[in-house]
Design a protein around this ligand. Structure first.
Ligand SMILES: C[S@@+](CC[C@H](N)C(=O)[O-])C[C@H]1O[C@@H](n2cnc3c(N)ncnc32)[C@H](O)[C@@H]1O
Length: 316
């Protein structure tokens, strides 16, 4: 029998059984003895919590992936719940303020966000307008990640996009990270060395600069090694690593206030950055720490379809 872990946030009985295996409780912070990362069970909307886990450090890169105010998979849960828009904007205002307080003078800020087509595209445009209140940061870009697998009915365009807002404070350094991103349009010809060459032919160069539409990142699903069962909101490691490489230097502090499966923690570990991260759910904080430990022990980036909690037998 395969040990599958269902969605953790939406399963109260399972959550109850997992809690004794979580080393951190509300308010606790785990200090990594190896690379100085910190993982906590804290609240992103509480400025005191954010400043406590930073412990005097300043982040030159913030990567936040808050709940999108959607009802995901028909389940409304205490940790990823849908509320009215005003409450969501209040929640957003609180975490943005708390995070801006701990940024370095020059910093990049990335925020993943969604637009609910069944609810007037909230909260993406509302969040963008809210951000105008924060004079410390200004918009730098608006990235769309194209999912390889979409969802929706035959009666609508398939939904394959994820949005990523990019802001900056001050004038932080930025390094282009070249990629194997393919050129996807055909039919654009240019004469090269007297020969007519097709656009896709010229894209064979190994050094292409990614634009702000990323079509080369596979979203996480159960067949990938990096999959963390139970964490359905997991972001691809490749996307987070691209942000870290382009927008921070080795040794910098990276902050992520919505840890979930610990993707930013793992990406920072692999790239020599110090990561400060937390989730208000002790189970996701535990998973983040376990993911880091497992990576150090085995080199594996996730559990694929095994469980992060082998202590517990999951009934079919
Ligand atoms: C969309 S997920 C983040 C996914 C993450 N980027 C990854 O790759 O795994 C959002 C996370 O925020 C957490 N969360 C919700 N409200 C929070 C709050 N006020 N403070 C800290 N974490 C919170 C949820 O428990 C959830 O794990």
């Amino acid at each position: 029998m395969k040990e599958q872990l269902p969605r953790l946030d939406a399963n109260p009985t399972l959550r109850e059984r997992l809690r004794p295996y979580c080393r951190l409780g509300p308010g606790d912070v785990w200090e990594d003895p190896v690379a100085g990362h910190r993982v906590g069970v804290l609240d992103a909307t509480a400025a005191d919590d954010v400043s406590r886990i930073m412990n005097g450090r300043r982040a030159s890169l913030l990567i936040n992936d808050p709940p999108y105010n959607l009802t995901v998979g028909h389940a409304n849960t205490p940790h990823l719940s849908k509320t009215d828009l005003d409450s969501y904007l209040h929640f957003s205002w609180q975490w943005v303020s708390a995070c801006l307080d701990v940024l370095a003078d020059h910093a990049h800020v990335y925020v993943w966000l969604g637009a609910d087509v069944n609810d007037h595209f909230q909260p993406l445009p509302d969040f963008m307008i809210l951000m105008r209140q924060f004079a410390q940061v200004r918009p730098r870009n608006f990235i769309t990640l194209r999912n390889q697998r979409g969802y929706g009915t035959q009666r609508n365009w398939m939904w394959v996009r994820q949005e990523l807002l990019h802001y900056v404070k001050g004038d932080p350094p930025f390094q282009v990270v070249y990629t194997d991103i393919p050129k996807i349009l055909r039919g654009y010809y240019k004469v090269v060395n007297g020969r007519r060459a097709e656009n896709s032919e010229r894209s064979k160069a190994p050094t292409l600069r990614p634009g702000n539409v990323w079509v080369d990142v596979q979203q996480v699903f159960y067949r990938l090694e990096e999959n963390v069962p139970g964490c359905y909101a997991q972001k691809p490691l490749k996307a987070i690593e691209r942000l870290i490489q382009s927008s921070s230097q080795p040794g910098d502090t990276v902050l992520d206030c919505f840890a979930h499966s610990g993707t930013t923690l793992l990406a920072g570990e692999r790239l020599g950055r110090r990561v400060i991260t937390f989730d208000n759910d002790p189970i996701f904080a535990e998973i983040s720490v376990r993911r880091l430990e497992r990576y150090r022990e085995t080199g594996k980036t996730g559990w694929q379809w095994q469980t992060p909690f082998p202590e517990l037998t999951i009934d079919d």
